[in-house]
Design a protein around this ligand. Structure first.
Ligand code: ADP
Ligand code: MG
Length: 257
C-alpha cells in the first residue's frame, strides 16, 4: 500500500484531522449512550471500531454524519462543526459516505438509478454525467454488468458492493462502514472486504465498525474498542491484538478470536 503507510512527522505536522470529536456525549432520552468520546481522525487514516453489541458503535459513527445528534461536546468534520444549524447537513452527507449492515438500496429502482439518484437530486449533476460516474464506480466494485437489474435480483454481497459504489458516487472524503459484512453469507464476505481493501489502497479515510479481525489487522492504522458508551482502549492493530490492556478488551477478544 504505497501512499497509505505510516506518516512521516513532516506530513503529520502539516495535516489537520479531517474528523475531530471532543468530549462528546449523547443521550437517548434518559439513557446516556455515548460518554465523553474524543477522537481525531487524520486524512487517509483507517480506523476499525469493535466492541460488544449495544456499546454505542453505531451511534458514534451515525453522529459523524449527523444521522444522530449529540448533546454535549464537539464534532467537527472537515472544518464544519455539526450543530443544530441545519444548513450544514447536506454538505456533511456529501462529505461523509456511509455503508450500513443492511444495504438500504431502493428496491423499485435499478442499480444504475440507485447510484445516480443522490448526485442528480442532491448535487444537481446532469443525469448523463451521474450515470457515467455510476458506471465508473460499478466497474470499480466489479458489478457493471448488473447495472440494469433491480437489487432483489442480486446476491447480498453484490448488493453491498452496489451500496459502496453508491456512496462513492457522492465523492465523499470519508467513508463510514457499520458492520458491512455481518448480514452476509460467509462466502460473500470476502468480495465486500476486497472492495474495502482497494478503497483503503487508494487512500480513502475510513472508519469501519467490524468484527472482521483479519481486516482490522491488515488494513487499520488504529483499532478502537468501545464498551458501555466509551472508547475504552485504542492502539495500533499489532499491539491491540497481541497485548490488550483493558480487561474488557481482553474478554471481548477472547470471545471472538
Ligand atoms: P452497537 O452498534 O455497539 O451495537 P448502538 O449504538 O446500536 O450499539 O446502541 C447503543 C445503545 O443505545 C444500545 O443500548 C441500544 O439499545 C441503544 N439505542 C440505539 N438506538 C437507540 C434509539 N434510537 N433509541 C433509544 N436507544 C437506542
Ligand atoms: Mg451497531
Amino acid at each position: 500500500m504505497n501512499n497509505t503507510g505510516p506518516k512521516t512527522n513532516a506530513q503529520q505536522a502539516s495535516e489537520e484531522p479531517i474528523i475531530r470529536i471532543s468530549e462528546m456525549h449523547k443521550w437517548y432520552g434518559e439513557f446516556h449512550v455515548l460518554k465523553n468520546i474524543s477522537l481525531d481522525v487524520m486524512p487517509k487514516e483507517r480506523i476499525v471500531v469493535c466492541g460488544p453489541s449495544g456499546s454505542g458503535k453505531s451511534t458514534m459513527i451515525r453522529c459523524i454524519n449527523r444521522l444522530e445528534e449529540h448533546q454535549r461536546g464537539k464534532i467537527i468534520v472537515d472544518g464544519i462543526e455539526l450543530t443544530n444549524n441545519l444548513k450544514n447537513i447536506e454538505k456533511i452527507r456529501e462529505e461523509v459516505g456511509m455503508v450500513f449492515q443492511h444495504f438500504n438500496l431502493f428496491p423499485h429502482l435499478t442499480i444504475l438509478e440507485n447510484l445516480s439518484l443522490g448526485p442528480v437530486w442532491v448535487r444537481k449533476v446532469p443525469k448523463k454525467e451521474a450515470e457515467e460516474t455510476a458506471m465508473y464506480y460499478l466497474e470499480k466494485v466489479h458489478i457493471a454488468e448488473q447495472a440494469h437489474k433491480y437489487p432483489g435480483q442480486l446476491s447480498g454481497g453484490q448488493q453491498q458492493r452496489v451500496a459502496v459504489a453508491r456512496s462513492l458516487c457522492m465523492k465523499p472524503r470519508v467513508m463510514l462502514f457499520d458492520e458491512p459484512t455481518s448480514a452476509l453469507d460467509p462466502e460473500m464476505v470476502k468480495e465486500v472486504l476486497d472492495v474495502m481493501i482497494s478503497l483503503a489502497q487508494e487512500g480513502m479515510t475510513m472508519i469501519v465498525v467490524t468484527h472482521e479481525m483479519g481486516f482490522a489487522k491488515s488494513v487499520a492504522h488504529r483499532v478502537l474498542f468501545m464498551d458501555a458508551g466509551q472508547i475504552v482502549e485504542q492502539n495500533a492493530p499489532d499491539e491491540f491484538f497481541s497485548n490488550p490492556q483493558n480487561e474488557r478488551t481482553q474478554l471481548f477478544l477472547s470471545q471472538i478470536l
